[in-house]
Design a protein. Structure first.
Length: 612
């Protein structure tokens, strides 16, 4: 949700800023802008739209200088136009600021600043902060930023420069991520995430909430808002450049779909030990006794991660016989519900930065509950603030629509459910090996489905012009149906709904006609509910609907009922979502491409939602 890149050092700033913004574009792409200081003057450029618009403008009107700030925006307050684009500046155009987050008390502060004679050019909450700094500026930028931020309520990751202090770049963080890349002493890159830094250095310092960093060509200093110095060591970024490039694929999303055999393997490497007949989850080892004895489990997440949580709920109930709830983090954080010390709370997040998920974590911790993380981004806020957890090791996910993170989340949840099932005596010793082997076999089966990419693309051609879809599934595959529908709507803008198949009769069946294709997941042929799903397919057929079925290889009968069949390999029931979601991802991808949509940057969405 908005990306920040800033630079101070000995090189020209603008290529470093532009490159960094391109890496952070997944965080928002409503507008982009930069300010660069040269010869005691700060010049700026802002453009509505993508970073490439800013790049074109910079080619025509280059900005020189070795100190600068830049921003790619996901609009919250104020329309996505040039005036509201960052950087924002004070009355005299001497102080420039970029911001990611939301200033909650901006109305009160704006009134106060207007009375003091400040005037505002944009509709943003951000502009308040730069005027607050101006109000407190008495020749010491760090001091002015500290004083201003003491008055601010809300969240921020920000970068500030002043024309009066050509040797200082200030960064500050509360609730929105910010990292300092240390290129060498006196040369730094400040950015919302390390992907904007990695090309220049692997040494990075993550700021914590309420910390301010002042970066100069003589060195760096981190303080609190009350000016108490904080000592921090640089860490090595665990990321390499080709992980964040497209590697010959047309889109990051497609690359990430095709990475799944590997990313799923990474989520089980050293964890599912078939020969030893056990599962080992190092990150939760110290908490295992607690987890085995808990009364209940609650999963908290947003978006696709919430769908993974829903599958987790089925897994934990089925395999470990543990009462489990999955809540939207955005709802949970405002609920008046008791936090139970005998409940294990799991926050699930790819980015580890989603604001509502993070706030749920805070709520539980404040009430004395135990919170565990299932997170992809190493060193992210959620990863650092949870009591313990499991990393996905899926590598960077850049496509806004989550794919590989989802399958890694489900892989981790499946392993945890089996581990707890074994320890709680719910999985019999003689069943253990076959369950573990089924987990290990998944990547190869995913590979097999990916080999059908061309057929799925052909299918997409037949259906890309429809404007409404219904996705049905039951049990483990009800959340898979939700995820399939979400993938389609977020990248192709086709209206799609996911439903538990049996609920269709209670409403959606009224919508079914030739214009509304129905995607049905019907893979668990041995499960009691399989026959019920077949009845649901019959009900759709009777109303003339086109039916695309995801079925298990070898199920020939299904051809008599379905308009189209996509076959997936057979696996153990609890792992079926990991296979069934793959054709749904590919279907959504191809339909979106055929409709001319920008799949990596779908309209109005952002990858990391760091605001409420
Ligand atoms: C955004 C993204 C989704 C993601 C959700 C939760 O909406 O577009 O792909 O599932 O946030 O993000 P998280 O990083 O917490 O998993």
């Amino acid at each position: 949700m908005c990306g920040i890149v800033a630079y101070i050092g000995t090189k020209e700033a603008s290529p470093i800023l532009l490159n960094g913004l391109k890496r952070l574009e997944y965080r928002g792409y409503d507008s982009a802008g930069c300010s660069i200081l040269d010869n005691n003057e700060i010049k700026y450029l802002k453009k509505k739209g993508r970073v490439e618009e800013l790049e074109k403008e910079l080619k025509k009107n280059p900005l020189k200088g070795k100190l600068g700030i830049s921003h790619t925006r996901w609009a919250t307050h104020g329309a996505p136009n040039t005036v509201n684009a960052h950087p924002h500046f004070d009355c005299q155009k001497e102080l420039f600021l970029v911001h990611n987050g939301i200033i909650e008390n901006y109305t009160v502060l704006k009134k106060w600043l207007l009375k003091k004679g400040h005037f505002f050019r944009s509709d943003t909450d951000t502009e308040i902060v730069v005027h607050l700094i101006e109000e407190h500026y008495q020749g010491d930028l760090l001091n002015a930023v500290q004083k201003a931020l003491l008055l601010v309520e809300g969240t921020y990751g920000l970068g500030v420069i002043s024309k009066h202090e050509p040797n200082i770049l200030i960064g500050a963080r509360k609730g929105s991520p910010l990292a300092v890349g240390v290129v060498q002493n006196g040369e730094y890159i400040l950015a919302s995430d390390p992907s904007a830094i990695i090309e220049h250095t692997k040494k990075v310092i993550y700021l914590d909430d309420n910390e301010i960093v002042s970066l100069t060509r003589d060195g760096m200093k981190i303080t609190t808002l009350d000016n108490v110095e904080v000592k921090k060591e640089a860490q090595d970024i665990q990321l390499d450049l080709n992980q964040i490039e497209k590697a010959g694929f047309d889109h990051f999303m497609l690359k990430e779909i095709f990475e799944q055999p590997q990313s799923i393997k990474n989520a089980m490497r050293g964890r599912t030990l078939v020969n030893e007949g056990r599962i080992q989850l190092g990150g939760l080892q110290d908490w295992l006794d607690f987890l085995v004895k808990v009364d209940s489990v609650v999963f908290l997440a947003c978006g696709t991660s919430w769908h993974a949580g829903l599958i987790g709920e089925y897994l934990f109930e089925h395999l470990a016989h543990l009462p489990t709830e999955t809540e939207y983090a955005s709802e949970f954080r405002y609920k008046n519900i008791p936090i139970n010390k005998n409940t294990a709370y799991f926050v699930i997040s790819q980015s580890g930065e989603t604001a509502d998920t993070l706030e749920s974590l805070h709520k539980i911790k404040q009430a004395g509950g135990n919170v565990f993380g299932i997170v992809n981004v190493v060193g992210s806020t959620i990863a650092r603030e949870t009591d313990a957890g499991i990393y996905l090791h899926a590598g960077p996910e850049i496509g806004v629509a989550s794919t590989k993170a989802f399958t890694s989340q489900v892989t981790v949840l499946a392993q945890l459910a089996v581990l707890l099932g074994i320890k709680r005596g719910q999985i019999k010793p003689k069943e253990v090996k076959s369950r573990l082997q089924a987990i290990i076999d998944i990547p190869e089966k995913v590979e097999h489905i990916l080999n059908q990419n061309r057929q799925i693309k052909e299918l997409a051609k037949k259906y890309a012009q429809f404007n409404n879809f219904l996705y049905l599934g039951r049990g483990y595959n009800f959340p898979t149906a939700l995820e399939g529908a979400l993938k389609l709507k977020e990248i192709s803008y086709i209206h799609a709904e996911g439903y538990p198949a049996a609920e269709m009769k209670h409403g959606p069946i009224a919508l079914i006609d030739r214009q509304m294709p129905v995607v049905v997941i019907a893979t668990d042929t041995e499960d009691v509910i399989y026959q019920k799903v077949i009845s649901n397919i019959e009900e759709v057929r009777a109303r003339g609907g086109n039916i695309i079925v995801i079925a298990t290889q070898g199920n020939k009968d299904i051809r008599n009922l379905a308009t189209e069949v996509i076959y997936v390999p057979k696996t153990n029931g609890f792992l079926t979502p990991l296979l069934n979601v793959i054709p749904l991802q590919l279907l959504a991808y191809h339909m979106a491409v055929l409709r001319g949509c920008d799949v990596d940057k779908p309209r109005n969405l952002a990858k990391s939602v760091t605001v409420e």
